[in-house]
Ligand binder design. Structure first.
Ligand code: SF4
Length: 375
């Protein structure tokens, strides 16, 4: 059964490192966007009556920039159209400054059972440099409110490799996060994306990023502190208490099917990936006039889809299942990659068992290079 992703492309402000489809302001468009989403959902549901959904994920942008009522309308509307499995995972991303007790209670009542809070750092100085519209205390307060509202599955997003960050300040951030007892941590290294203000600053030599040695120390700290806290490393950038791994994202990493709604959202069904138009106003206009909102479509031939499934699956620490590859594509990694695979295994990058192919600890340090050879 498919997953459904809903993109809310609005934020309080635009962070200078962000390359996501997200826009500050545009408040006057919010209600119109909710209506457009529901209209697109009706259309999508007609073409995909094979639901119920196993997971529903509201991401952004900042979904919680919407009122609790608007979010409840979207969630219950989609649940009514597609149906939800009895144990469906329903996640929402939140910025600490956009949630309060009433909104959280409404989200819980609408069935949301997983909250992902974008904290990024527990150092106010780092948050300022990141252009985040919240403080460390706002983030801790948001997590306490979420627990009070009955959320038992809470993820915190943190970033490392930040301007001005040191292994010590990363340790402080991680220790503070762990002390709040989240069930899940997403820990991403900052990447400088073209077209962002950070990219320009880097080009001008104005961005003081930690060097490779400091970032390696941060990686080491992450491994140690998460292990000590009982948070299991299950994907390159994700850690969870056992049983709290994000099912929606696991479906992505397994290259499974997913539907999508909203401006900038990407869907993947039957081997075809469809990207919706990015501009929220044009998205609304096209939905309202009954026109397609698909901007790009790419259908992979089976061998390319096989390679993509291998590479995405290697992000998971358990690796990619050979049995699943065989039943899905009729192909095995040994026969397909031949000498390339043997070489990567001999270099200590990959480990092949009877059931899985996975990255070794060394392979995870060079994950991008290994994946580039296999894609
Ligand atoms: S809050 Fe997230 S989506 Fe919004 S601008 Fe910042 S990084 Fe981008």
């Amino acid at each position: 059964m498919p997953s459904l992703y809903i993109h809310i492309p609005f934020c309080l402000s635009k962070c200078p490192y962000c390359s996501f489809v997200s826009h500050a302001g545009m408040n006057e468009l919010h209600q119109r966007y909710v209506n457009a989403l529901l209209r697109e959902a009706k259309e999508l549901c007609r073409n995909h009556p094979d639901a119920p959904l196993t997971t529903l994920f509201l991401g952004g942008g900042t979904p919680t920039i919407f009122s609790g009522e608007a979010l409840a309308t979207i969630i219950t509307g989609c649940a009514g159209l597609f149906g939800l499995e009895h144990d469906a995972e329903i996640s929402i991303e939140a910025n600490p400054r956009t949630i309060d007790a009433a909104k959280l209670l409404l989200l819980r009542a609408s069935g949301v059972n997983r909250l992902s809070i974008g904290v990024q750092s527990f150092q106010d100085q780092e948050l300022r440099l990141l252009g985040r519209p919240h403080s460390a205390e706002d983030a801790a307060h948001a997590l306490r409110l979420a627990k009070d509202a009955g959320f038992t599955n809470i993820s915190l997003d943190l970033m490392y490799g930040l301007p001005g960050q040191t292994p010590d300040s990363w340790r402080n951030t991680l220790e503070r996060a762990i002390s709040l007892e989240p069930t899940h941590l997403s820990l991403y290294e900052l990447t400088i994306e073209q077209g962002t203000p950070y990219y320009q600053q880097q080009e001008q030599g104005l961005l003081q990023l930690p060097d490779d040695e400091a970032v390696a120390d941060m990686d080491q700290l992450t491994a140690t502190l998460c292990r000590e806290a009982g948070l299991v490393h299950y994907e390159i950038s994700n850690y969870a208490r056992p049983g709290f791994e994000c099912r929606h994202n696991i479906n992505y990493w397994q290259n499974g099917p997913y539907l999508a709604l909203g401006a900038g959202a990407v869907a993947c069904m039957n081997g075809c990936r469809r990207q919706k138009i990015n501009d929220p106003l044009r998205y609304c206009e096209r939905i309202e006039s009954g026109q397609s909102v698909i901007m790009e479509e790419e259908c992979l031939e089976p061998a390319a889809s096989f390679r993509e499934t291998v590479v995405m699956g290697l992000r998971m620490l358990c690796g990619v299942s050979r049995e699943n590859l065989q039943s899905r594509y009729g192909l095995d990694v040994e026969g397909y990659y031949e000498e390339t695979l043997v070489r990567l295994i001999n270099q200590g990058m990959l480990e092949l068992t009877a059931r899985h192919l996975r990255l070794t600890a060394r392979g995870r340090m060079f994950a991008n290079q290994v994946m580039a050879e296999l894609v």
